[in-house]
Write a protein that binds this ligand. Structure first.
Ligand SMILES: *Cc1c(COP(=O)(O)O)cnc(C)c1O
Length: 419
């Protein structure tokens, strides 16, 4: 469900004509619906209201401060993967005791920053990381709360680049060694074990991988208990998929119906780290047709956004629906590639797409662009990054300015000998 809908022939975001925003901010730009964002968060939260739970939004999916604030105001926590994300989280007023920190390559400085900030816990991905956290905690004379991220060796049945829970992946600690590593953790003076963490991948559209993985970590929790290690929380990660084209992912309620019974004889707090499912369909990328090349054999619509603005089609061959901001009922359909201005053949938003024939200067929306869209953007080809706009009801707000050429060279210096 989302709030991007046609009224008559024009595409609206909530009660705002998207064309009006384009006139004010120019193209391309990312556009988000506040109502959709908030609803998605609340629906997820509501699904698990009957069990002790915490929802830590995976901010790598979308880390704009206003969007983080939207969830924090509803009581949400955050899942972070870097010092930079911690900085954003604290800046926007997130409660540190609702911040969980994953990632295979945390640096010493990042660990110190997180300990000084008193975050809820580290999701530790290797024994070496455990030793380093213990060492830094000793320097700061504090206890570091940790969960071990275990790799349950479950195939999430999604794109290989976004699968993380097979033993061939770099993430987590092999579940078969977990007991040993928990005992190691217990022997460290400045480590306090609080949980188990797993995250098996992204854009998962079936329930069974979640159930299988949860069963494995519940079993691990029992083994730990027998070994005298009592954990407080089970963190089941994120990964719930969304509809880009014709996928039928489970509703959070369906997921809840399957997993709550598994937890009936435990009193663990369940932590969720949803990213894509909260923000994916709450955002679009608006771009303008610059040129059309309707050739023999192959046709192209060349738009003003490129793979630097949204890399998902290039990186994952992902499908994004493309809608004109103004429907033209009479126009005929063509088959075309929708491509950007970048000097790479991977710079496309759609291939061989049946689309209404569009003319120069017409605007289109690349749908389902709210997750891993802006956060994965870059300045490749020295293109300033695009603005982000948030709609609430009849109003819209620029929540990030368009970069300018000066921003592009910020921090660069030419050494004396070249002058
Ligand atoms: C990326 C990530 C998530 C979020 O994944 P989604 O598919 O966007 O829900 C959650 N937890 C961890 C550890 C991650 O790396």
């Amino acid at each position: 469900m989302h709030d991007f809908k046609y009224r008559e022939r024009d595409l609206y975001c909530e009660d705002v004509l998207i064309q009006d925003i384009a006139e004010e901010v120019g193209t391309p730009f990312y556009l988000y619906s506040y109502n959709t964002l908030r609803n998605h968060f609340l629906v997820f939260d509501e699904a698990f209201k009957d069990i002790p739970h915490m929802i830590c939004f995976a901010m790598k999916a979308n880390s704009n401060l206003s969007i983080l604030k939207t969830f924090i105001r509803e009581g949400g926590g955050l899942d972070i993967v870097s010092g930079g994300e911690l900085y954003r989280a604290l800046l926007v007023g997130a409660d540190p005791r609702k911040i969980v920190y994953a990632g295979v390559g945390k640096t010493k400085e990042e660990i110190r920053y997180a300990l000084e900030s008193d975050i809820l816990m580290f999701n530790v991905e290797s024994p070496q990381e455990l030793f380093l956290i213990d060492e830094v905690a000793e320097e700061l004379d504090c206890k570091a709360r940790v969960a071990l991220r275990v790799n349950p060796d479950i195939d999430p049945m999604t794109h290989p680049y976004i699968s993380t829970g097979l033993k061939t992946h770099k993430f987590g600690i092999n579940i078969n060694n977990a007991l040993k590593e928990y005992k190691l953790a217990e022997s460290l003076e400045y480590i306090e074990i609080v949980g188990i963490h797993k995250h098996i991948g992204s854009q998962i559209v079936q329930i069974s991988p979640f159930v299988d993985a949860l069963e494995k970590i519940i079993f691990l929790a029992k083994s730990l208990k027998e070994a005298g290690i009592n954990i407080k929380s089970l963190n089941v990660g994120g990964g719930l998929g969304i509809t880009y084209k014709d996928e039928t992912p489970p509703h959070p309620r369906d997921l809840a119906a399957e997993i709550i019974p598994l937890l009936s004889d435990t009193d663990h707090t369940i932590i969720f780290e949803p990213g894509r499912v909260i923000v994916g369909n709450a955002g679009i990328l608006v771009t303008k047709v610059l040129y059309t090349k309707l050739g023999e054999g192959k046709s192209f619509l060349i738009v003003d956004a490129g793979m630097n603005d949204m890399i998902r089609p290039c990186l994952y061959n992902s499908y994004h629906e493309i809608l004109p901001l103004r429907e033209n009922s009479t126009s005929r359909k063509i088959v075309a590639d929708v491509v950007g201005p970048i000097c790479e053949s991977g710079d496309f938003f759609a291939k061989d797409r049946v689309i209404s024939e569009l003319k120069r200067d017409q605007l289109i929306a690349v749908m389902s662009a709210g997750a891993y869209g802006f956060t994965m953007s870059s300045n490749y080809n020295s293109r300033p990054r695009v603005p982000e706009v948030l709609v609430k009801g009849k109003e819209f707000f620029i929540i990030r300015q368009r970069e300018n050429y000066e921003d592009l060279v910020k921090g660069e210096e030419i050494p004396e000998f070249l002058l």
